[in-house]
Design a protein around this ligand. Structure first.
Ligand SMILES: NC(=O)C1=CN([C@@H]2O[C@H](COP(=O)(O)OP(=O)(O)OC[C@H]3O[C@@H](n4cnc5c(N)ncnc54)[C@H](OP(=O)(O)O)[C@@H]3O)[C@@H](O)[C@H]2O)C=CC1
Ligand SMILES: O=C(CO)[C@H](O)[C@H](O)COP(=O)(O)O
Length: 470
């Protein structure tokens, strides 16, 4: 078995096993390592007849079994497990070997690991993988970044397993250093925003207008046939139909799920990094904040008793809500894409914006019918500052603006929180204001802190003794 396997995977849980089996289906011989014997056995049992799949629990045997240069991917939880795997594996690697972290690692950790492994000649790749369990098995979207020269060894394998948008594989080189994990982080930030927006439409329809699950499912399924066509809208339509098998009345499962959102960090990192650069991504920030707020269930229950909502039952205009969601979806993507452009410049990542959008067209969680429109923007101008400045996007948004305004106005009156939709509209209104009230903020800063200001009518930096008469 020495030196015979094409590709190795460390961590054969949900993502690792499915992606490895996918690679085996493309004719590559693969080997998986896991700490647990039963996982290694389960991997071999899940292999299709005719494919070459081996599972092991001995790291030395795992490394020895791979062809040179070794191509190894880790799909383990982000943080300490990644460092533990590297420490375990490193004594068995040779100069030129390629190690890919396919998990949702923080990009600054990836930068540190690249620097740690470079002196030993190990090419460390941070790669985003999107598409969940099914995507990994049948065709994920993948976002690798790192040493471009070493990428040529990975490219044929990754292109063979990736989802396809038309005739193009949904994998491409995303840039230098930790660009792969940066792009995946922002993908997840957009994912958080889209999920928040969808949940607000659900709240307005269900709590505000009394839609039952059947009606919700029908509406989301209809929306998924039109301008909102997307993976997330599609699965939402399905979710409303799934019944709780343990419920004697066969009620839908969604109503039994505790309303406290989990999160593993990527959304928060997107907001944090956007603030560091700085780039304004308020719809992503809001999505993170609302997941955080959801955790405080006891406080919310007490507040609901103290401040009962007094709104009457609404009649929702479905067309306006569809327009509102479409408008806000575009704003969420626009914020994420602007962040990628600025981060690419700030950190020297050389992120190819058109390729990013192309890779997101299929296989990933944020795939939608909107991506070809965004691809058009970057095809014309690879360095577009904001997709919102393109006439085709303006044409798309124009007829939908009214729906967003009306939907928000109705929800405000009824006390239904549309935090994400409102943030998208406020971002749009601020972004398209040539003059903002920030002149006043500058005057206040100068008043209390002598922070100085610049003028519209003269060059230079100014300070005023605002309170000299007091
Ligand atoms: N689930 C999803 O939809 C997606 C997940 N991801 C990312 O992919 C990564 C893996 O996620 P997922 O497959 O869902 O997680 P799982 O928990 O299903 O699998 C993780 C695997 O890593 C193994 N592992 C943990 N620590 C070590 C270690 N020190 N050495 C060797 N193996 C180890 C676990 O083994 P054991 O069980 O023995 O502990 C397990 O087999 C994460 O970073 C996640 O964020 C990315 C995209 C989508
Ligand atoms: O990367 C993913 C999808 O693209 C993972 O499913 C990730 O876990 C989602 O993030 P969170 O758990 O914070 O919701």
């Amino acid at each position: 078995m020495e030196g015979t396997f094409d590709f190795g995977m460390i961590g054969i849980g949900v993502m690792g096993s499915n992606l490895l089996l996918n690679i085996a289906d493309q004719g590559y011989s693969v080997i998986g390592f896991d700490l647990k014997e039963e996982r290694a056995r389960a991997l071999e049992e899940a292999a299709r007849p005719g494919s070459t799949v081996k599972g092991v629990t001995d790291i030395a045997a795992f490394a020895a079994a791979l062809k040179s240069p070794r191509k190894i991917m880790m799909l383990v939880p982000a943080g300490k497990p990644v460092d533990a795997v590297i420490a375990n594996l490193l004594p068995h690697l040779r100069e030129g070997d390629i190690l890919i972290d396919g998990g949702n690692s923080y990009y600054k950790d990836t930068q540190a690991r690249i620097r740690q492994l470079q002196p030993q000649g190990i090419h460390f790749f941070g790669m985003g993988v999107s598409g969940g369990e099914l995507g990994a098995r049948l065709g994920p979207s993948m976002m690798p970044g790192g040493d471009e020269e070493a990428y040529r060894y990975l490219r044929p394998i990754l292109e063979s397993v990736a989802a396809r948008a038309g005739d193009q594989p949904c994998v491409a080189y995303m840039g230098r250093d930790a660009a792969g994990h940066y792009v995946k982080m922002v993908h997840n930030g957009i994912e958080y925003a889209l999920m928040q927006l969808i949940s607000e439409a659900y709240d307005l329809l269900h709590r505000g207008a009394g839609y039952d699950n059947q009606r919700l499912s029908d509406l989301f399924n209809r929306w998924n046939e039109g301008a909102l066509r997307s993976y997330l809208v599609g699965i939402t339509g399905e979710i409303f139909r799934v019944v709780d098998e343990n419920d004697p009345n066969h009620l839908q499962l969604v109503d039994k799920i505790l309303d406290q959102a989990g999160s593993k960090g990527t959304g928060k990192w997107t907001s944090q990094d956007a603030m560091d650069i700085p780039v304004s991504v308020p719809t992503i920030d809001t999505a993170v904040a609302l997941r955080d707020l959801s955790v405080y269930k006891e406080q919310r229950a007490a507040a609901a008793r103290l401040y009962p909502r007094t709104g009457t039952k609404l009649t929702v205009n479905e067309q306006e809500l569809e327009d509102a969601l479409g408008f806000a979806f575009v704003i969420a993507y626009a914020q994420g894409l602007s962040l990628l452009r600025e981060a690419s410049k700030a950190y020297g990542l050389h992120i190819p914006m058109r390729a990013v959008v192309q890779v997101w067209k299929a296989g990933c969680i944020i795939r939608s019918g909107l991506l070809p429109l965004f691809e058009q923007v970057f095809a014309e101008n690879a360095d577009a500052a904001s997709i919102l400045l393109h006439p085709a996007i303006a044409e798309w948004l124009g007829p939908r603006e009214k729906g967003l305004r009306s939907t928000i106005a109705q929800a405000v009156g009824a006390g239904i929180p549309l935090a994400g939709l409102s943030s998208a509209l406020a971002y749009f209104d601020a972004w398209r204001s040539e003059r903002l009230p920030t002149n006043l903020i500058q005057a206040q800063r100068d008043y209390f802190g002598a922070h100085t200001y610049r003028r519209t009518d003269r060059e230079g930096v100014f300070h005023t003794e605002w309170h000299k008469d007091e």
